[in-house]
Design a protein around this ligand. Structure first.
Ligand SMILES: [Zn+2]
Length: 442
């Protein structure tokens, strides 16, 4: 036992040493090549050599945060890739963009080395979740962020796994055909997709348990409410994962399936900050933290102390699988949070509750914000999409049941109105498009 503790401590020390070496290399490169950081760090780091004054990983706290707004301004100042470009333009092999946000998209450039790092980040997910050499994986993810779908399917192949790419354009009939013909064993998808797929399979006369799917690796939405349902329906295990648009995949559940491990020690340095004070948070079970990261080996679009605005709760500090460091459960984005009578509510939580409620309620909804405010004391007004037109006398009982379901789980009162899901409008974007949850009440 003692020996285990000593070797875990030694492992931690050598990991920190190697992270520090990578951090030095990254900061020197960033300072040398990026006008954005040269200007931003003026007075903090005057010469590249002073990067050596960052003697521990904690010393990075002397540098200022970087935000998405700064990157946007940087690209307006020097279009198209911005002042923060950290690699020669002719070394760029791919440019991805963020989608779904209003205004000008942000562009992210990658060099061959950057692509490799993103693939590595996916490989860490596959390893944590236990994808093996005999697995065949449908990559059915249309994931937000520039390093999502395309890279994941590529990474499967790069890691010598069999990948079956199936993007957002794949119809449910085609998806079912892939399952029947190719007999995949793993599906990587958005968290709420397996329950929809199960329903479609049943409508096609196929028992989800008969398909041979043994594992789902899911992300993009809260898992807590749906994990049990999916595992029961499919007889398969569900692993949660989380990526950050600007960086690739950083978190994934191990075989224990009990909170996500940080799986990217050689890809980014992760900081856990208190969302109120913005200082390093105490790492204790139950603490809410904001995730801030620094790339360790990124060339074209290096980010230093990047504020993700992703909030997470620490669920454990150790794991029997041997991985060290805190395990987390994501709880939403700080800029998506609304407060109703003091209760914090995240749109992603509302969506999960609609999914667990089931038909005819769909996952499509809007939150009406009084005068666009994020803090208020009136009930939370929701417009919820239905999959069919209800008889008039069925509306009130359904509304009462749904409002009770939401109140019990959100700890806040809601006022629900229904429309046919299709009428929520074609403007209603996918679940990762967070901004489209809100509508100002008129
Ligand atoms: Zn573990």
């Amino acid at each position: 036992m003692l020996r285990n503790k000593i070797s875990a401590a030694a492992g931690q020390e050598s990991r920190e040493y190697s992270q520090l070496q990578m951090l030095h290399g990254q900061l020197k490169g960033v300072f040398g090549r990026s006008g954005f950081y040269q200007r931003k760090w003026k007075g903090v780091i005057d010469e590249a050599v002073q990067v050596d004054k960052i003697r521990t990983l904690q010393d990075i706290e002397r540098l200022p945060f970087t935000t998405k707004d700064e990157l946007r301004l940087s690209q307006l100042e020097l279009p198209p890739l911005g002042l923060h470009l950290g690699a020669p333009p002719n070394s760029i092999v791919r440019i991805s963009s963020t989608s779904g946000t209003t205004g000008r998209p942000l562009y992210y450039a990658l060099t061959p080395q950057d692509k490799l790092v993103v693939w590595e980040s996916w490989k860490n997910v596959f390893e944590a979740a236990g994808i093996g050499p005999d697995d065949r994986t449908i990559f059915g993810l249309t994931m937000g962020g520039p390093y999502g779908s395309l890279y994941g399917a590529e990474a499967l192949e790069w890691a010598h796994h069999c990948s079956i790419p199936a993007g957002s354009q794949t119809s449910s009939a085609r998806f079912i055909q892939l399952i029947v013909d190719l007999k995949p064993t793993v599906i990587i998808c958005i968290t709420n997709f397996p329950m929809r797929l199960a329903q479609q399979l049943r409508e096609a006369g196929i028992d989800p348990r008969s398909t041979g799917i043994r594992k789902f690796i899911v992300g993009g939405e809260p898992i807590r409410a749906v994990r049990g349902l999916i595992e029961e329906e499919w007889g398969a295990k569900v692993h949660d994962m989380m990526g950050i648009g600007e960086s690739g995949m950083l978190w994934a559940e191990c075989e224990r399936r009990d909170g996500m491990h940080f799986i990217a020690n050689d890809i980014v340095h992760m900081e856990y900050i208190d969302p109120e004070t913005l200082k390093a948070a105490e790492l204790e079970v139950g603490t809410t933290v904001e995730l801030v990261f620094t790339h360790l080996r990124r060339e074209a679009c290096p980010l230093v102390r990047y504020r993700t605005h992703d909030l997470a709760r620490i669920t454990a500090l150790q794991c029997t699988c041997g991985r060290t460091g805190p395990r987390i459960e994501p709880i939403g984005r700080s800029d998506d949070m609304i407060k109703v009578r003091g209760s914090s509510i995240f749109p992603s939580a509302v969506q999960s509750l609609l999914v667990t409620f089931g038909a005819p309620v769909t996952e499509n909804f809007r939150i009406l914000l009084p005068r666009g405010e994020r803090k208020f004391s009136t009930p939370l007004k929701l417009v919820v999409g239905l999959s069919l037109v209800l008889a008039e006398d069925a509306v009130a009982p359904l509304r009462a049941r749904l409002e009770a379901h939401l109140r019990d789980n959100l700890n806040a009162r809601t006022e629900v109105s229904f429309v046919l899901s299709d009428d929520l409008g074609s403007a209603l974007k996918g679940p990762m498009d967070r901004r489209n949850y809100f509508v100002d009440e008129t």
